[in-house]
Design a protein around this ligand. Structure first.
Ligand SMILES: Cc1cc2nc3c(=O)[nH]c(=O)nc-3n(C[C@H](O)[C@H](O)[C@H](O)COP(=O)(O)O)c2cc1C
Length: 339
């Protein structure tokens, strides 16, 4: 496995991603039921998470390798970001490795196959019925050419198209790579958007329990912005929050040849900031609000620290790229060892 990891990391980043995805798809075809590793169980909107470690959004944008990724042992997988219509994302190169920092910079720009393809693939996963216990969340975004004032329509169409296929939805208002998106995290815009998606969630639930809605936020928020977001999340009654997405900050990596690339920085430089943001939201949100901590978790110690900051569950992306699937077991066993 270590050799495979080395080979992958010697390829250009997006080529390595395609090779790894092919491997994961094949791994998913091996017959048999797929179960999460057993760990500290918790509940997300009434659904059992058999362990609290998930894969963060953006790695399997189109739900192409769900069973293969589930075989790595995650308690939950977040696929997407999906937008209503397929879109190509930004021109390449748009993904950069900064291995000395355990970091990545990406400006992918929501490249994805669109809502219909996502619905087809997730329906396939549900029909095959091989997942036993791994929850699947879908991360929702808006198309680049949808004006900000109509963004809510994109989120609601995705919810409508996927309501029977997702265990939870994430409203992604925090990608730095869709122009203007982060403006939706503030003021009246946020209030209106959350209000409308909440209404849609309840209307779509009819006779089933509503699909939990989580808001994914940026790490680049001032204290008063965190306070305002927390007030709106509580008053509208969202089920949860994911903190954080990638950062625009560059201080930790300025000396690196790719340190000035535009986009979002992930991995180790984000560890402390994501933890601080999680702790701040935990102080402000009711206990019933589920908080997923994500950003620079690359060891069992990081995972434990994020849980102590108030996270209910965790996600990883960048450390999975650098360390491979063994990181999943390492983290879950580390959490299990907690008293
Ligand atoms: C290449 C890449 C693509 C990403 N794409 C998405 C995305 O489509 N939607 C999203 O909400 N987050 C996306 N993210 C952010 C991750 O889900 C995560 O929030 C962030 O990377 C911090 O976690 P990490 O330090 O463990 O990587 C992406 C991250 C990377 C590195």
């Amino acid at each position: 496995m270590r050799l495979l990891q080395k080979v992958l990391l010697s390829l250009p980043p997006e080529a390595a991603h395609s090779v790894a995805m092919t491997g994961l798809k094949l791994r998913g075809k091996v017959p048999g039921l797929v179960r999460p590793l057993l760990g500290k169980a918790t509940f997300l909107g009434g659904k059992a998470l058999l362990n609290p470690l998930g894969l963060a959004a953006g790695l399997d944008k189109d739900a192409e390798a769900v069973e293969g990724l589930a075989r790595c042992g995650f308690g939950f997988l977040e696929v997407g970001t999906v937008t209503p219509r397929a879109q190509p994302g930004n021109p390449k190169p748009r993904l950069f490795r900064l291995p000395q920092h355990g970091a990545l910079i990406n400006r992918m720009g929501f490249n994805n196959h669109g809502l219909d393809a996502m619905a087809r693939r997730l329906a396939g996963v549900r029909e095959r019925g091989r997942l036993h216990g791994t929850l699947i969340g879908v991360n929702l975004g808006k198309n680049k050419d949808t004006p900000l004032e109509h963004a809510v329509d994109d989120y609601v169409s995705c919810m409508r198209g996927l309501v029977h296929l997702a265990d939870y939805f994430t409203l992604n208002l925090s990608s730095p790579n869709t122009p203007g998106l982060r403006k939706l995290q503030h003021g009246e815009g946020l209030r209106n958007l959350l209000h409308q998606v909440k209404e849609a969630q309840l209307a779509l639930a009819s006779d089933q329990a509503p699909v939990p809605l989580l808001l994914k936020v940026a790490p680049d928020l001032a204290d008063d912005e965190i306070t305002q977001i927390a007030e709106q999340v509580s008053s509208i009654g969202l089920e949860g929050l994911i903190a954080t997405n990638t950062t625009l900050a560059r201080d930790a990596v300025l000396a690196h040849q790719h340190g000035h690339e535009a986009g979002g920085l992930s991995g180790r430089p984000l560890t402390n900031r994501s933890r601080e943001v999680v702790a701040a939201f935990r102080r402000l949100l009711p206990d019933s609000c589920f908080i997923v901590g994500v950003g620079g978790i690359s060891s069992a110690d990081d995972a434990r620290a994020m849980l102590s900051s108030g996270a209910s569950a965790l996600q990883i992306y960048t450390s999975f790229i650098y360390k491979g699937p063994k990181i999943v077991q390492e983290i879950i066993m580390g959490i299990n060892a907690l008293k």
